[in-house]
Write a protein of this length. Structure first.
Length: 128
């Protein structure tokens, strides 16, 4: 997908996610962006869909939340996520082998569109 120019709303949402210490839901983003021109969840979801399509943000499925991508320059980025159950921090990592494994597991009769790897546990701070 070719990159479309970012709108003001896109930039506000991306800046909000960049500054977040944990994944944010659309409603978290709306609350933090109240001082901007963003007033409705539909504006958030529209921008998130665009930003996700451009590889600038990732959806953490299990948390129904979003994070800014840690590697915005990688063209074929295939991230996985390590998520702390205690503090909900997320660390992104490259998971190219997981996509190969998914295609192998699915077999030739199944077309794999996307793979999401989310690993849960406790970070060092929460374990201590």
């Amino acid at each position: 997908m070719s990159a479309r120019p970012l709108s003001d709303n896109d930039r506000v949402i991306l800046t909000t996610l960049d500054g977040a210490q944990r994944p944010l839901s659309a409603y978290d983003i709306l609350e933090k962006a109240r001082s901007s021109s963003i007033r409705a969840p539909t504006q958030i979801y529209r921008s998130l869909e665009k930003l996700e399509g451009q590889g600038l943000v990732h959806r953490i499925e299990a948390l129904s939340a979003f994070i800014a991508c840690s590697d915005r320059h990688e063209t074929d980025h295939k991230p996985g996520f390590v998520i702390c159950r205690g503090c909900r921090t997320v660390r992104e990592f490259e998971a190219a082998q997981i996509h190969d494994l998914a295609r192998e597991a699915a077999g030739p009769q199944f077309s794999v569109d996307a793979v999401s790897l989310e690993i849960f546990g406790q970070c060092e701070s929460c374990r201590g």
